[in-house]
Design a protein around this ligand. Structure first.
Ligand code: ATP
Length: 317
């Protein structure tokens, strides 16, 4: 039997635990020995690697985060530590790796492959949905649902108190979470890093709406925009003339019970990753788009900048 290991690296997302569960079950079904590497690449270096079975993944499917921990590892950026990581894998007879992470984690594994020939398959996992080559990254749907619940709750208080609420979402330089949340929550304003922050055109429009009876606003702003959420709240007070509050959603977007969609995607991503490794695909990323799942080479995925879907952008007036 061959040995296969899985690692969570970079930011954790909801959906990692369902992925770990299916990893163990599907690996055993394929007559592989599954191993967990704890705490990202740090665990590879520190030999925090354990053979696992069904009991290790019992009851984890409902939990956000990852039971094996995730980390960023400065040491893995250095050749001598990658050598130690390889020795640890060799001592356990592990020659196949699956990594749940972002493009930084994939770049690290690619270097590891080039130096030591350890086959790997990457599963895009980040709530930012900013990985080139895939329309979907694990964790995005759960994050969107948490944002939806938060906006719905904020709307209740905003409407009761006649206020403008500026809600900041995560996403780094990618406005995907903010844009989709805007389109699905009926907010009045959405600001994302991909578009210039042009507030002038909203000023008159919002004032007229207030004269016509509107008594609250919801604005969704992505963390990567050129202005701060507080700047936008100040603009509401000074230019539109309504009391305002800022609500930064923060890390609640990364946690929570994984949605059905993320559980299903976790299942499919893992199935494709293990099949790819068994079919001798050495260094690929499992991607998902309108044509379904495909394997893309690491070079395609990590060397290009993901652009926000132009069809979605068109909806932003
Ligand atoms: P997220 O989207 O959550 O930031 P990520 O996978 O992009 O996820 P990074 O912090 O960029 O997160 O990378 C995770 C880890 O991958 C790093 O801490 C480091 O150990 C490893 N890594 C990244 N780039 C390299 C590299 N060029 N060489 C070796 N290792 C790397």
């Amino acid at each position: 039997m061959k040995n296969i290991a899985i690692i969570c690296s970079g930011g954790d997302v909801s959906g990692m635990n369902p992925a770990l569960k299916h990893f163990v079950e599907y690996a055993l079904e394929k007559n592989l020995h599954p191993y967990f590497v704890y705490n990202g690449y740090e665990g590879l270096i520190d030999n925090a690697i354990k053979q696992v079975s069904y009991s290790d993944v019992a009851g984890i499917i409902t939990r956000g985060g990852t039971i094996i921990g995730s980390a960023r590892s400065k040491r893995f950026m250095q050749k001598e530590y990658r050598r130690i990581a390889k020795n640890n894998l060799d001592s356990l007879g592990i020659h196949m790796l699956i990594v749940l992470g972002g493009d930084g984690s994939f770049k690290g594994l690619d270097i590891f492959y080039k130096e030591h020939g350890v086959k790997f398959c990457g599963i895009p996992s980040t709530i930012d949905n900013d990985i080139y080559g895939t329309d979907y990254c694990l964790g995005v749907d759960t994050a969107l649902n948490i944002i939806k619940t938060s906006i719905d709750a904020i709307r209740d208080t905003a409407s009761s108190f006649k206020r403008a609420f500026v809600i900041e979402t995560m996403g780094r330089d990618c406005g995907y979470l903010a844009l989709v949340s805007h389109l699905t929550s009926g907010s009045e304003l959405c600001l994302i890093p991909e578009l210039a922050c042009d507030l002038v055109k909203y000023e008159e429009k919002f004032k007229i709406q207030m004269k016509n009876g509107r008594n609250y606003f919801i604005a969704i702003v992505s963390e990567g925009i050129e202005k701060s959420a507080q700047d936008i709240a100040d603009w509401f007070e000074e230019k539109v003339g309504i009391e305002s509050r800022v609500s930064v959603l923060g890390h609640i977007q990364r946690g929570g019970n994984p949605t059905i969609y993320d559980r299903l995607m976790a299942y499919k991503f893992i199935t494709h990753a293990i099949n790819a490794l068994l079919n001798s695909t050495n260094k690929s990323i499992v991607c998902y788009d309108t044509n379904g799942f495909s394997l893309k080479s690491i070079d395609t995925v990590v060397n290009k900048q993901k652009e926000l879907d132009t069809n979605l952008l068109k909806f932003l007036h």
